[in-house]
Each structure stands twice: as structure tokens, then as C-alpha cells.
Design a protein. Structure first.
Length: 124
């Protein structure tokens, strides 16, 4: 995980099939590696954390529930700001966060789950 580039977790074709621009751009946001895609309907941020696991997910007033994405335990966080994040627990001390915000309102959780399902297949 320490050497994985978050932008490599969604290929150009995967991103466009999800309604996102083909290429994301590198960003940090407190993660070891982060990437953002700014679509016309959704903004997607993928962050790789190598020193913080699921137990370290910050709720900040949102609603959190436990779930499973593929082979990984996960948490879904519905943020008070309206965003939706899935955190995939890769190990006790590493995780991948997929945060989606709807540009013009609406529920971003289905989009966040769709991205998380694609990303899950690429992490190990």
C-alpha cells in the first residue's frame, strides 16, 4: 500500500464509465497518496492511508455503519456535509477511503459504492 498511487486505482475507462473525467489528479488530503476526479455530477476523492485503519475513521457528526466491500471490512460514513465515504480496512493500520460529493445535491452513496467496488479489486 505504501507505494500505490491512488490515481492508479481507477483506470481511464473505469472513470469514464462512472461518469468521471478519464484522469484524476494527485492530491494529499492527509493521505499517503490521494487522487481527485471532478465530474459534472460528482467529485470523487480516493485516499490511501498507511498508518490509520478502520478504527481511526473520524465520524465528525456523521452517521457510520459497518459493511463489507468485496474481501474487506468497511465503514460507510454519511457526512453531515452531504458527502458519502466508504473506508476499506486493508489491514489494522491501513485503509483506502473513497469519498464522493454530489455537485448539485442528491445521494452520493450509490456512486461512492460503485467506485469502492472498482477500487477494492485493485488493492491488496
Amino acid at each position: 500500500m505504501a507505494t500505490v498511487n491512488a490515481c492508479s486505482l481507477l483506470s481511464t475507462s473505469e472513470a469514464t464509465s462512472l461518469g468521471l473525467p478519464g484522469a484524476g489528479y494527485k492530491m494529499n488530503a492527509g493521505a499517503k497518496s490521494g487522487c481527485e476526479w471532478d465530474g459534472s455530477s460528482f467529485i470523487v476523492i480516493v485516499g490511501i492511508f498507511t498508518t490509520a485503519g478502520l478504527a481511526d475513521v473520524k465520524v465528525n457528526g456523521g452517521t457510520v455503519s459497518d459493511t463489507q466491500i468485496g474481501r474487506y471490512p468497511a465503514k460507510q460514513l454519511k457526512e453531515v456535509s452531504g458527502g458519502c465515504m466508504y473506508s476499506l480496512g486493508v489491514t489494522d493500520k491501513s485503509r483506502v477511503d473513497i469519498e464522493v460529493t454530489a455537485v448539485s445535491g442528491g445521494d452520493p452513496c450509490p456512486e461512492s459504492l460503485a467506485v469502492a467496488t472498482v477500487v477494492e479489486k485493485k488493492i491488496s
